[in-house]
Ligand binder design. Structure first.
Ligand SMILES: [Zn+2]
Length: 75
């Protein structure tokens, strides 16, 4: 079966208003308009938006993971 990367998501005003104060759980920075994010699993409940370049795509589960979490626990 062919796997497809999920399309990247860009931070828009609506997302910024929704979780802008929460920031990125992977690096702790506040999101900015136009940044590319993906929904990723990590050391948190469910999936959260993290910066795309901090996520690793796992084709076995067809999901993104926080890179640090992925390297530490799933490698
Ligand atoms: Zn980040």
């Amino acid at each position: 079966m062919e796997t497809h990367r999920r399309p990247k998501i860009l931070i828009d005003l609506e997302k910024l208003n929704t979780f802008g104060t929460e920031g990125c759980p992977a690096c702790g920075r506040i999101f900015e308009l136009g940044e590319a994010v993906v929904l990723a699993c990590g050391n948190w409940e469910g999936q959260k938006y993290v910066h795309e370049d901090e996520a690793t795509f796992d084709k076995d589960t067809n999901s993104y993971y926080d890179r640090r979490y992925y390297n530490d626990t799933l490698r």
